[in-house]
Design a protein around this ligand. Structure first.
Ligand code: CP
Length: 305
């Protein structure tokens, strides 16, 4: 059985089905699973949105949530990631949701026998964020194919940029990157253009947080915003229908003007709302794939169809 580690492991059809399922979870509220299922949220890096929206998604599905606090766990006494996850497997967790600072933390978990969902892997991947971003774009435009999307900022240290750039391109979007010197990622094969050019033709402007925790560079905030960020003046030059995304948390007045977070074209809080229904869809997809749930959820979805 496959752990849910990367969007790359999903076919385009599976991505589309997740978008449909997430929309259904957003529209209809009663999707409690009948069996007792335990979900362990193992966050070894800080999180507000991902951790809490997984928790809401789990509770909406009727899962029993095993919350894990790093600072009071035996990880502090030197227990390994593998031993921590194996412990949750041994005490009856049915699924583990994991965030960790290492890019390849999943490589030591191959022998874990419960499904694992990647809630953030270092600078490498953030698949659930990518899927909720796809949902937000799809809700806005009714399609992803042929949309012009620019990803702006600290691309080198961003797991969101990597998951999104490759998946958006696979779904037919035209992907552009805009990064200050030193923040480019040469492994991503997309054109790099200045932000002033990008805002003139892009339908989606996806801003990224400077990942200060992953490098030592401290930017002069005002200078960074004016040179590379989304200022109010640049927002005025965006296409009339264009939207702003940001995975958040936002460094206000660094990568974007703080006043733009709640401007008319911002979908930043919509992204967070979408995080709940998309994570419900991902949880049920994984639980079904592993045979942990069967017809109880499927029946409910079919009844709605
Ligand atoms: N976007 C995101 O992953 O936010 P958190 O770090 O708060 O989970």
């Amino acid at each position: 059985m496959k752990h849910f580690i990367s969007v790359d492991q999903l076919s385009n059809e599976e991505i589309c089905q997740l978008l449909i399922d997430a929309e259904m979870y957003e529209m209809y509220n009663d999707h409690k699973l009948l069996d007792q299922i335990f979900a362990a949220n193992l966050f070894f890096e800080p999180s507000t949105r991902t951790k809490m929206s997984f928790m809401v998604a789990e509770r909406k599905l009727g899962l029993e949530v095993l919350d894990f606090h790093l600072e009071s766990s035996s990880f502090i006494k030197g227990e390994s990631l593998y031993d921590t996850v194996k412990t949750f497997e041994a005490i009856g967790a049915d699924v583990a949701i994991i965030r960790h600072e290492a890019d390849d933390w999943m490589s030591e978990l191959e022998n874990i026998n419960i499904p694992i969902i990647n809630a953030g892997a270092g600078k490498a991947e953030h698949p659930t964020q990518c899927l909720l971003d796809l949902l937000t774009i799809h809700q806005e435009f009714g399609e992803i194919n042929n949309k012009n999307v620019v990803i702006v900022g600290d691309i080198k240290h961003s797991r969101v940029a990597k998951s999104n750039a490759n998946t958006l391109a696979r779904l037919g979007a035209n992907v552009y990157l805009s990064a200050p010197p030193g923040y480019e990622d040469e492994k991503l094969p997309f054109p790099t253009i200045p932000i002033d050019e990008a805002i003139q033709f892009c339908d989606v402007v996806m801003m990224l947080r400077i990942q200060h925790e992953r490098h030592m560079e401290k930017n002069q905030t005002k200078q960074y915003l004016e040179q590379y960020g989304l200022t109010k003046e640049r927002e005025q030059n965006m296409l009339k229908h264009a939207i702003i995304l940001h995975p958040a948390p936002v460094n206000r007045d660094v990568e974007m003007d703080g006043d733009l977070i709640e401007c008319e074209r911002s979908r930043i809080f919509k992204q967070m709302t979408n995080g709940v229904c998309m994570r419900m869809a991902i949880l049920t997809h994984v639980l079904k794939e592993w045979g942990i749930i069967h017809e109880n959820v499927v029946k409910k979805l079919k009844a709605i169809n």
